[in-house]
Design a protein around this ligand. Structure first.
Ligand code: SAH
Ligand code: SF4
Ligand code: F3S
Length: 475
């Protein structure tokens, strides 16, 4: 194993602890020249975890491939948030059945939230699965693979109260070299009644701020221009012991923003019950923290919010939005919305629509409620809104969002937006595409601009989903 690789896994730790990793690594099996194919589903945290998995397996000799046919090991990093997320995985596993017939040595593993939820049931239901590993078990992957090579099936779904993979320097997968995700915490303690995440990702824990800042420095050295700090509820980030003072999210954000003023900082997800004015003031004080907050409401009805166990009311939520708009006028705000949750009446649904109208979200992710086994809602409430009503309400919510998005885009006409170029536009070779401070996609003529450029763009047109413009200076 080359020293370089060991260093890659090592360098986020303080110097006095680096030897520990060295010792641990010398005990692992090696898989020189073996190829790994990794496919990810679900939220940004899962994609970020896949980069940790790639790093752990690179550390024992694997190289990654984009072609499953070339792979010795195929790993699917899965999501369990809604029933249809799991259906996609079952279908994908079916695809790999044929691949296993032509290559009997092929190892297939299921990682992530669906692995954690279904555990060894996955091995029984889908005979081609060899490995099941939950989100806190990725350090064990080399051993699990070795066990499968020895002719056994391998399962590790232990959840941890400490694991944050703080010392692991992720291998950036599918990276545009411009923006990167950085996990700052894992798990969730909120227990929203509809949600499977606390069961699949375990208890909330925060990552050592030193390792976060070091990772941002590393991204800066490698030429990255944007980092997104990730957690299920970033506002409850906390770090500290009796001897070292507590750091909350606002302080962490400040530390990260100070690393490199040329790196843009984003974060997700904010929780309305915990998002403090401190965070908004830090955003306002630092030019390189993007003026954009993802603040999911889920429902506009306080009665439904209570049943969802979200910990806030409609009025509390509105007061949070008012605070954001007072401290940062024009701040971009987006949301998540669920239609047809247990007991949702037509009036509740109308309250969601009126809240959306009031909030004027720039963007929303919108879903039909999907009952998840083991959640409080599944055990205590009836999934009693008919499928077609859930669907009709979802369409109404989507329509309302389309109106707000279009209004919000029209309001940007004739303004100048700072756009970080992410690459050539998918629709036209002659245009580049990037994101504004408010996280809106902006497309403009390519000129000599390249990814990573931060460009002042005059907005000259828009669609409901995209802003169109022209650079104010020539490249
Ligand atoms: N931690 C984030 C959400 C992560 S899950 C938060 O609290 O805001 C992403 C989104 O999936 C949720 O915001 C919710 O809108 C949706 N979701 C979660 N469970 C769901 C379910 N059972 N049915 C439908 N949508 C769900
Ligand atoms: Fe799920 Fe609620 Fe935690 Fe978000 S805050 S991950 S919705 S339990
Ligand atoms: Fe899905 Fe797990 Fe994320 S359930 S949304 S991959 S935390």
């Amino acid at each position: 194993m080359s020293l370089d690789r060991v260093r890659g896994v090592n360098e986020l730790l303080p110097e006095d602890r680096q030897g520990e990793v060295m010792e641990l690594k010398s005990m692992l099996p090696t898989f020189e020249s073996r190829k790994l194919y990794l496919e990810s589903y679900g939220c940004a945290m899962n994609y970020s975890d896949s980069e940790i998995v790639a790093s752990i397996l690179a550390g024992v000799g694997f190289t990654t491939t984009n072609d499953p046919k070339q792979a010795d090991v195929i790993l699917l990093n899965t999501c369990a948030i809604r029933d249809n997320a799991e259906s996609r995985i079952w279908a994908r596993l079916h695809d790999f059945k044929a691949a296993k017939k032509t290559n009997p040595g092929l190892i297939v593993g299921v990682l992530g939230c669906m692995a954690e939820r279904l555990k060894s049931e996955l091995l029984e239901k889908q005979k081609i699965v060899d490995i099941v590993a939950g989100p806190d078990a990725y350090r064990d992957l080399p051993n699990l693979i070795e066990r499968v090579e020895g002719g056994q099936k391998a399962v590790n779904v232990l959840l941890s109260r400490e694991e944050t993979y703080a010392d692991i320097s992720p291998v950036r997968l599918d990276s545009n070299g411009v923006s990167a995700f950085i996990s700052i915490m894992r798990g969730c303690d909120n227990m929203c009644s509809f949600c499977v995440v606390p069961f699949t990702r375990g208890r909330e824990r925060s990552r050592d701020p030193h390792s976060i800042v070091e990772e941002v420095k590393m991204m800066s050295d490698q030429g990255y221009k944007e980092v997104t700090l990730l957690g299920q509820n970033v506002d409850s980030y906390k770090w500290g012991t009796d001897t070292s003072p507590k750091i909350h999210f606002a302080e962490l954000l400040e530390k990260v923003a100070a690393v490199d003023k040329n790196i843009r900082v984003r974060f997700s997800t904010s929780h309305p019950k915990d998002m403090s004015d401190d965070v908004i003031y830090v955003m306002a004080a630092h030019e390189n923290i993007c003026n954009y907050i993802h603040l999911p409401i889920q429902s506009g009805s306080s009665v439904v919010l209570e049943r969802m166990n979200r910990g806030y009311t409609r009025e509390w939520y509105m007061q949070r939005v008012e605070s954001i708009r007072k401290i940062i006028p024009g701040c971009g705000i987006s949301s998540d919305i669920i239609t047809g949750f247990c007991g949702e009446t037509e009036e509740d649904h109308q309250e969601t629509l009126s809240l959306m109208k009031w909030a004027r979200y720039d963007f929303s992710y919108m879903f039909k409620y999907s009952e998840r086994p083991g959640t409080f809602a599944e055990r205590k409430y009836k999934d009693d809104v008919a499928e077609e009503i859930k669907g009709r309400r979802l369409q109404e919510v989507i329509q309302q969002q389309a109106i707000s998005s279009h209004e919000s885009n029209k309001a940007d006409l004739n303004t100048i937006q700072k756009v970080l170029v992410e690459g050539i536009s998918k629709r036209s070779e002659n245009h580049v595409s990037g994101r504004s401070d408010h996280n809106k996609v902006v497309v403009f003529p390519r000129g000599n601009f390249v990814k990573g450029d931060l460009v002042d763009v005059l907005i000259t047109g828009c669609t409901p989903a995209t802003l169109l413009g022209e650079a104010t200076i020539n490249s």
